[in-house]
Every structure is written in structure tokens, then in C-alpha cells.
Design a protein around this ligand. Structure first.
Ligand SMILES: [Zn+2]
Length: 242
């Protein structure tokens, strides 16, 4: 089956537990025997920026890696420190949030597309992280309604200050009728609203080329972090630029 390596953990002298994200079975942990021996054929292919074909033997509780072969090598990721850090961040994030043995085919395709894009692009906009988190939440069923009032489905309008109302507990934007009020309303302006829609709907190339001022970028970072933490129930580390 097709897979991407999310993490590797040493076990005994020559073995490793490999956490895979596979198209077929979602996240699975497999034991790779003798993978740390110098003549291990599998070891070189168990890198985070490879799309690999793996053969796994075992059952739901215990899996042994029989074979790993590269299908795509996104080698440019390894040549660029920013790309490596960004991809590692994304893989760690996925490792934390994906439940084992639960297929997430659309999310898997999104990840492979993201790796291919990162490999091909000369310059990577770190804003892709927020986009990845936001898209991942949608894949996992935590879709945020941004187009119409999430409660009454009517068209939303800005208030006099040019702001939209958004509620995490309701899962989207709200109109300003009293009936559609929520306790946890946050307000954001139309630029942030447009940016959020872009993160959700546009492809990597479009998002990579967005010109965003640092103030809006920070607002989006906080917003996506809050949404992620609210739905996933754990803290999301902020990616530190170097
Ligand atoms: Zn409403």
C-alpha cells in the first residue's frame, strides 16, 4: 500500500518502529526489523519526503514491515532547510491528530499533493502551514461555514465597523440577528474573511502566492490555532521562523 513516513522510533539495537500514514489504512505503526543495520534495503526509503509502497504483514495489533520501495522521491525538500522544517512540522502535526487504523484518503491525497508541491516550488510561503491545518480540519469533519449564517443559513453582513461575526462553538460565521447570537463570538474584517476562504478552497499554488501583511498573517495564525485547539483538544505549536 502507498504510505508516507510520519515518524521513526528506535527499538532494540537494530530495529525501529515506523509510524506510517497510508492511503488504505490511515495511520499504522509497523516494526521494521534490522532497519538500522548498514545493509538494510528498506532504511533509505523510510524518509519523510518519500511516497513509498510498503508491504506489511501482521494483524491489527502487530504489524511487521516486509518491504518498502520508493514511488516518488520529493528530494528537493531535503535540500532546503525551510522546506524540511515545514514538512516536519506538518508530519508531526498529522502524527498527533490522526487516529490509528482509520482511513483518511482525502487527507492522504492532500498530504502527497503538498509534498509534491513543496518539492517543485523554488520558494515556499510559510502561510501554507495555516492552510494545511485549516484544510486538514475540513477533511476530519470540522468544516467551518464561512459563506452563510451557520445557524439560519441567511446571507451574512458586516457590522458598521466592517466586521463579520464568527463563533467556534457554532462552527462558522453568524448573521447579526438576535436569534443567531452565540456566547463566543469573535469579529474579523473582510480581508481575514477572504483569506480564510482562500485557505479552505484554493490550491497550494494560489496560497503560496498570496501577499499578506504581517498583521493579517498573525491574526490568521491565532485564528487557525484557536480553531485547531478547540476541535482537536490539544495545543498547536506555533511554527518558529528562523
Ligand atoms: Zn443567522
Amino acid at each position: 500500500m502507498l504510505a508516507v513516513v510520519l515518524a521513526r522510533k528506535n527499538f532494540r539495537e537494530y530495529d525501529q518502529f515506523i509510524t506510517l500514514f497510508s492511503a488504505e489504512s490511515g495511520k499504522i505503526e509497523v516494526l521494521a526489523k534490522a532497519v538500522k543495520k548498514i545493509n538494510s534495503k528498506n532504511s533509505a526509503h523510510l524518509e519523510p519526503c518519500f511516497l513509498i509502497e510498503v508491504e506489511v504483514v501482521g494483524n491489527r495489533d502487530f504489524n511487521l514491515l516486509a518491504k518498502a520501495e520508493p514511488i516518488e522521491v520529493f528530494k528537493n525538500i531535503r535540500l532546503d532547510l525551510t522546506k524540511i522544517r515545514l514538512v516536519n512540522y506538518i508530519l508531526n502535526f498529522l502524527n498527533k491528530i490522526i487516529k490509528p487504523n482509520h482511513p483518511e484518503e482525502a487527507l492522504f491525497s492532500t498530504l502527497v499533493g503538498f509534498l509534491a508541491f513543496s518539492h517543485e516550488q523554488e520558494n515556499i510561503n510559510l502561510f501554507l502551514i495555516e492552510a494545511f491545518i485549516f484544510k486538514t480540519l475540513c477533511h476530519l469533519g470540522f468544516y467551518q461555514e464561512l459563506n452563510k449564517c451557520v445557524k439560519c443559513e441567511q446571507e451574512i453582513q458586516m457590522n458598521k465597523q466592517g466586521e463579520y461575526f464568527f463563533s467556534l462553538s457554532s462552527g462558522g460565521v453568524l448573521c447579526q440577528q438576535v436569534e443567531c447570537h452565540a456566547e463566543d463570538v469573535v469579529k474579523f474584517d473582510s480581508e481575514i474573511w477572504e483569506l480564510l476562504k482562500n485557505l479552505m478552497n484554493k490550491d497550494w499554488n494560489f496560497i503560496n502566492n498570496l501577499q499578506i501583511n504581517s498583521e493579517d498573517k498573525e491574526k490568521i495564525q491565532v485564528f487557525v490555532k484557536n480553531i485547531g485547539e478547540y476541535y482537536l483538544g490539544f495545543s498547536i505549536d506555533v511554527f518558529c521562523e528562523v
